[in-house]
Design a protein around this ligand. Structure first.
Ligand code: HXC
Length: 258
């Protein structure tokens, strides 16, 4: 499929998706979110892809949902079309690891999109925020729930109620991002991280993602049981035999996703 608002490249088992509406600071409109959902679904199904990197420009990962597209909509339209509901679900359904490489603004829906990814690597110029309150609305694709889980109630309330931005240093200190790197080397760092993931067996990276995400949905005892069942199940794979043999033979494992 030819895309107009994103650029997709696949190289060395890593699919890079770049949001590409520079004139609107990558504001998320319906077209972009549909294209993104489609590209992510394709990458998830593509045997050649083992990791995904989602990024924007140096100035903006995404400055939020497209205000110009939304401003005149009625409740009935928003409700009947389940505005951005299906695209949100498509991102959540991706089973392969997704890294958000964030430089510049990640605001509103942009911050929410970054938080839907599995972890965030931030450029030192990154700015995160949920400024929807300034527009007379609130976050609509998970911001109140996910940001609260990342940074705790007090800071999440502060962000959602005042609309202030958080810089990269504060975002790392608060647990929103996994690491901060110089903005100019953001893609290199994100591709290195994705490359590390792509060296592993997709069977175990998918299982790790599934198990970590379970932590948000269940009790500790059930989550630990879920993890143990997945751990045991990986002993049915050729990649487990290969990984453990390679360790003992002091060589690099060659995983084949089998
Ligand atoms: C539509 C946007 C946009 C947005 C920026 N632009 N953000 N267009 N929707 N969210 C456009 C501007 O209108 C402008 O185009 C161009 O991008 C450059 O933006 P400027 O404002 O001129 O840039 P700058 O002065 O550098 O300020 C950057 C900024 C500011 C601080 C990021 O643009 C800003 O505050 N943007 C809105 C951020 C926001 O409120 N996000 C939350 C949206 S609601 P023109 O053609 O006018 O020059 C949301 C809800 C999620 O996300 C729920 C989903 C269901």
């Amino acid at each position: 499929m030819a895309y107009e608002t994103i650029i997709v490249e696949i190289e060395d088992h890593v699919c890079t998706i770049k949001l590409n509406r520079p004139d609107a600071l990558n504001a998320l409109n319906s077209q972009l979110l549909k294209e993104l959902a489609s590209a992510l679904t394709d990458a998830d199904r593509n045997d050649k892809v083992r990791a995904i990197v989602l990024t924007g420009s140096q100035k903006a990962f995404a400055a939020g949902a497209d205000i110009k597209e939304m401003s005149e909509k009625s409740f009935v339209e928003m409700y009947l079309t389940d505005f951005f509901g299906s695209e949100h679900e498509a991102v959540q359904k991706v089973r392969k690891p997704i890294i958000a490489a964030v430089a510049g603004y990640a605001l509103g829906g942009g911050c929410e999109l970054a938080m839907m990814c599995d972890f965030i690597i931030a450029g030192d110029n990154a700015k995160f925020g949920q400024p929807e309150i300034n527009l007379g609305v609130i976050a609509g694709i998970g911001g109140t729930q996910r940001l609260t889980r990342f940074v705790g109630k007090s800071k999440s309330m502060d962000m959602h109620l005042t609309g202030r931005f958080m810089d990269a240093e504060e975002a790392e200190r608060s647990g929103l991002v996994s690491r901060v790197v110089p903005a100019k080397s953001l893609m290199e760092e994100a591709m290195n991280a994705a490359g590390k993931i792509a060296e592993k067996s997709t069977l175990s990276t998918m299982a790790a993602k599934e198990a970590v995400n379970r932590a948000y949905e269940t009790t500790l005892a059930e989550g630990i049981l879920f993890e143990k069942r997945l751990f045991h199940s990986l002993f049915s794979t050729e990649d487990q035999k290969e990984g453990m043999a390679a360790f003992q033979e002091k060589r690099t494992a060659q995983f084949r996703d089998k």
